[in-house]
Design a protein around this ligand. Structure first.
Ligand code: IPE
Length: 263
């Protein structure tokens, strides 16, 4: 049976403007759809982002830039705080899945990954599961690095690339976004921006997307990561996670409202 990998973006499952504010109704709605996919026999892997459980503190103490001697004490406290905040956010997601009858196995990147970006080191074999086994779940995290940066932020989007390209039998990779139908031609805050129903890397981005960036790269990173996966996986989509039933349409190989990322 095919495998589906789903990324719950931080902008969907948290309110990005308020520190540690989870959007539980959206998490629960996604859990219900994942349950339906699982019941139809799909193997599922879940990755989630950080939103306001990670980006605010990470930006404040420049965690994505690595070790800085001048603020090293604050950085080390911030690393512990971001990691424990991520564990808390993960617990919300895992509990929501448990409430619909899905068992998960949590695999925090700090325990199995080193390095940042798409080339991070880490064994992905334990993500390969049969549909009846617990769902593996991981997330963007602060991880150790092997060079003198000492640590950095591994984005869930980069984990998606490696899982999508290296795990067998992946038929669909879905990036769930918050409050936007998919990739827009300009940031959704700009009046008149329109949804791109398909997108390829060589189409590039409008320059104004640059302003939307967060510590791990925002929508442009997601689209670039999705495009890397599209070289190997047929259905790679950016979808509005507030309407999670669209995932079911995608896994049954039909078109839906969203952006299909092409090779
Ligand atoms: C970021 O992970 C992790 C931290 C800031 C600790 P992601 O890049 O996957 O998060 P979102 O989806 O953008 O929030």
């Amino acid at each position: 049976m095919p495998r589906v990998i789903v990324k719950l973006g931080g902008g969907l499952i948290t309110d990005k403007s308020q520190y540690r504010k989870v959007r539980m109704d959206y998490v629960d709605a996604v859990s219900a759809v994942i349950k339906e996919m699982k019941d139809s026999g799909y193997s599922v892997i879940i990755v989630h982002g950080a939103g306001s459980f990670g980006h605010l503190e990470a930006r404040k103490w420049k965690l994505s830039e690595g070790y800085d001697q001048e603020i090293s004490e604050e950085q080390s406290k911030a690393i512990s705080r971001v990691r424990s905040d991520m564990d808390d956010l993960n617990e919300y997601v895992v509990r929501s899945l448990m409430n619909v009858g899905i068992e998960c196995e949590v695999m925090p990147p700090r325990e199995w990954a080193t390095g940042v970006g798409v080339e991070f080191q880490g064994d992905l074999n334990s993500f390969v599961r049969d549909p009846e086994q617990p769902i593996p779940i991981t997330f963007g995290d602060v991880v150790d690095t092997a060079d003198d940066t000492r640590f950095g932020i591994l984005s869930g989007d980069h984990i998606m690339v490696r899982l999508g390209c290296e795990v067998p039998d992946v038929s669909a990779c879905i990036f769930l976004l918050g409050d936007v139908e998919g990739l827009m031609d300009r940031p959704p805050s700009e009046p008149g921006s329109v949804l791109l129903p398909t997108w390829k890397l060589d189409e590039g981005f409008s320059k104004s997307h640059n302003a939307d960036i967060d510590v791990t790269g925002g929508i442009m990173l997601k689209a670039q990561c999705a495009s890397m996966i599209a070289r190997q996986v047929e259905d790679v989509w950016l979808l509005n996670g507030t309407v999670p039933s669209r995932m079911l349409t995608v896994v049954s190989k039909e078109d839906t409202l969203g952006t299909k990322v092409l090779q």
